[in-house]
Write a protein that binds this ligand. Structure first.
Ligand SMILES: *Cc1c(COP(=O)(O)O)cnc(C)c1O
Length: 433
């Protein structure tokens, strides 16, 4: 009886109030930020909160919902799969959705990619990439124990992924447990020769196992961009010295840069590619680490111990595979390809309009990702940043500024009207600070 009454009163309270009782949110200091916004539904590029207010999802819910929220093409396919095969162990068993996904994805990936290893999220995808690199050398009797990674890279929150991430402001308690990592400066036209000669010298010790990098755009570093040419020169040098290259395409994958994968713009192809986020179109979590035949062969042996002994319970979940197959179909559809081109053109026009604004330090764009830096100093999660976030939300636009950088990475189905609304909300902000 008591429970019933309690449940009733609870149900009449708002989501934001009920949330506070038992929930612990990611990347949140609850004492400073106690309020969570209750979201009840989403459709296309729009989120609806519990009071009926709408927000344009300007970052596709952390780059996942590329084809729009609650996309019926995807939900119907997954619903059908759900009634047929929901989950089965992927060690010793296989199934149609995983096989079909492998066939379709391999067609889209750079030519040298041959094998897919499944896991659950971006962090596990990179963790597996790192383990592949370390064991690739170990299996062949080579002592290569150090990883290379770009300054300010972000590769996730598990230990290996955290270790290679350069953005470690909040990693303090764990820093002494990290794996061996050395940093490479992100190349620019000014520093590229220096970066190459420093690397060349360092590589003489023959102890570097792998290099993990976000190709073309470093997402969490506030959409920092580098050129395909400069990155290519680094990759070429590393390959020459037997370093395994791992492209972390968790954010850039599935059309963000204008092509299915950022690695397509770069002549030297990676040995390993990490994918997640838009892989399953924002429906359910899943990740894939793909690799070349050469990498796979280093694990293929009569010796059990040379296998990759890594396995997650939900490996290649049939529902997630089905969502991914539907996502790949959409990505290659006329409608989505037109949408991507339309967004690219629209951002270019906005850029011309805004790049000389006195409050704008610089702008940059890669595919559908657009970013602008304010020429105002501020902390990554400081007060002004919070005010900007509030301005966007008050105006019905969901953007998450990173320090003084405002960026857009919207679903490909966003309408022209919704895009214009994002632009004018940004312009209003610029005119008010
Ligand atoms: C988000 C992200 C990750 C981590 O993915 P999770 O699913 O959050 O664990 C790794 N690498 C890049 C480039 C990312 O953007």
């Amino acid at each position: 009886m008591k429970n019933e009454i309690e449940t009733e009163t609870l149900a009449s309270e708002s989501l934001s109030v009920r949330d506070k009782k038992h929930l612990w949110h990611p990347l949140t200091q609850h004492k400073l930020h106690p309020e969570m916004l209750g979201i009840v539904s989403a459709k296309g590029a729009v989120l609806y909160d519990e009071n009926g207010k709408e927000y344009i999802d300007g970052i596709a819910s952390w780059y996942t919902s590329a084809y729009g929220h609650c996309n019926e093409y995807i939900t119907e396919k997954v619903y059908a799969q759900m009634q047929k095969l929901d989950q089965v162990v992927f060690s010793g068993f296989t199934h149609e959705p995983a096989i079909e996904l492998s066939e379709e994805l391999i067609k889209l990936l750079p030519e040298n990619q041959e094998k897919l290893f499944f896991s659950d999220n971006g962090s596990t995808a990179t963790e597996i990439g790192i383990k592949m690199a370390l064991q690739f050398h170990f299996n062949q009797g080579r002592k290569r124990k150090t990883m290379l990674a770009f300054e300010e890279g972000f590769h996730g929150d598990t230990f290996g992924a955290m270790s290679v991430s350069g953005l470690s402001v909040y990693n303090g308690p764990f820093a002494e447990f990290f794996i061996d990592v050395e940093r490479v400066d992100v190349p620019t036209d000014e520093n590229i020769e220096a970066v190459l000669s420093k690397l060349e010298k360092r590589l003489q010790q023959n102890d570097i196992a792998g290099f993990i990098y976000e190709p073309l755009v470093q997402g969490a570093a506030a959409m920092k961009m580098h050129t395909a040419d400069n990155l290519n020169r680094i990759l070429k040098l590393l390959k020459k010295h037997g370093v395994l290259t791992i492209a972390d395409e968790v954010m850039t994958g599935f059309g963000k840069t204008g092509k299915p994968f950022a690695s397509e713009y770069i002549e030297t192809k990676p040995d390993v590619i990490c994918m997640s986020k838009a892989l399953t179109a924002g429906l359910v979590p899943m990740a894939i680490t793909s690799c070349s035949q050469e990498v796979y062969n280093a694990f293929y042996s009569d010796d059990m111990a040379k296998g990759l002994f890594h396995g997650h319970t939900y490996t290649a979940n049939p529902l997630a595979c089905t969502a991914a197959i539907a996502g790949l179909e959409l990505l290659q559809s006329e409608e989505i390809q037109v949408g991507i081109k339309r967004i690219i053109g629209s951002h270019q026009k906005f850029n011309t309009r805004i790049k000389n604004h006195p409050k704008v330090a610089r702008t940059r764009q890669c595919g559908i990702i657009f970013a602008l830096d304010l020429n105002v100093k501020m902390e990554r999660y400081g007060n002004l940043r919070d005010q900007m976030f509030k301005h966007f939300m008050d105006n019905g636009v969901f953007l998450r500024p990173l320090g003084s950088t405002i960026y857009i990475s919207a679903p490909y189905v966003i309408t022209d009207g919704q895009l214009q609304k994002i632009y004018t909300t940004i312009e209003d902000l610029l005119n008010s600070i």
